[in-house]
Design a protein around this ligand. Structure first.
Ligand code: IMP
Ligand code: MG
Length: 188
């Protein structure tokens, strides 16, 4: 499948060398996750928290597949920097607006790689004493995991390669691709 087939007039699609997940594959899986979450939390209070900015497409699609009432909030963390990440540092750029104490929180992440970012964020949220705290991640790269993390819901396992699209960026570019793909070497 040719990246430009999905985005015929797009300049950025030309930087993609391979599509890993098509929009259809992604939507099918997101629908399954939404059904699962709706079943698991039926008749319960639920606050869905997303991590900006990478989660924006996934969050928007997932929320429309959740059929029970939910509250929605976001946090934002500093952008991908390998050096900072290796030390487990994450800068909270925007905190929650809704207090989570005593609430069931479903934490939504775009991609988990080493797990250090998510580990940091979960510790931060746990300290605020939610009634429950579960994780839903769209993409998992289990190969490079450094800390064990409880991932209750998962979209896809993906290989240990840098992916872009469907919200994920390389230097703030490619978030608006409707598929998930690998970049050509020239694009880095
Ligand atoms: P971790 O702390 O190593 O798990 O890294 C997770 C964070 O790194 C994610 O929230 C992303 O922002 C970023 N990241 C990891 N892998 C990718 C990728 O393949 N594409 C884009 N961003 C990524
Ligand atoms: Mg992220």
């Amino acid at each position: 499948m040719n990246p430009s087939d999905f985005f015929p007039y797009s300049e950025i699609a030309k930087d993609v060398r391979e599509i890993l997940l098509t929009p259809e594959q992604i939507q099918r899986r997101v629908a399954e996750l939404g059904q699962q979450i709706s079943t698991d939390y039926v008749a319960q209070d639920l606050l869905v928290v997303g991590v900006l900015k990478g989660v924006l497409m996934f969050m928007a699609d997932l929320l429309r597949q959740i059929t029970i009432p939910v509250a929605v909030d976001f946090i934002a963390v500093s952008s991908y920097s390998p050096e900072a990440r290796d030390k487990g540092f994450v800068r909270l750029v925007k905190d929650l607006e809704i207090p989570i104490t005593g609430r069931n929180v479903l934490f939504i992440e775009d991609v988990v790689d080493t797990g250090l970012t998510l580990n940091y964020l979960l510790r931060n949220l746990r300290a605020r004493n939610p009634a429950s705290l579960e994780v839903c991640v769209m993409f998992d790269k289990p190969v490079r995991r450094l800390v064990e993390l409880p991932l209750r819901y998962k979209g896809f396992d993906i290989p240990d390669q840098f992916v872009v699209g469907y919200g994920l960026d390389y230097r703030e570019k490619y978030r608006n691709l409707p598929f998930v793909g690998l970049l050509k070497a020239e694009a880095f």
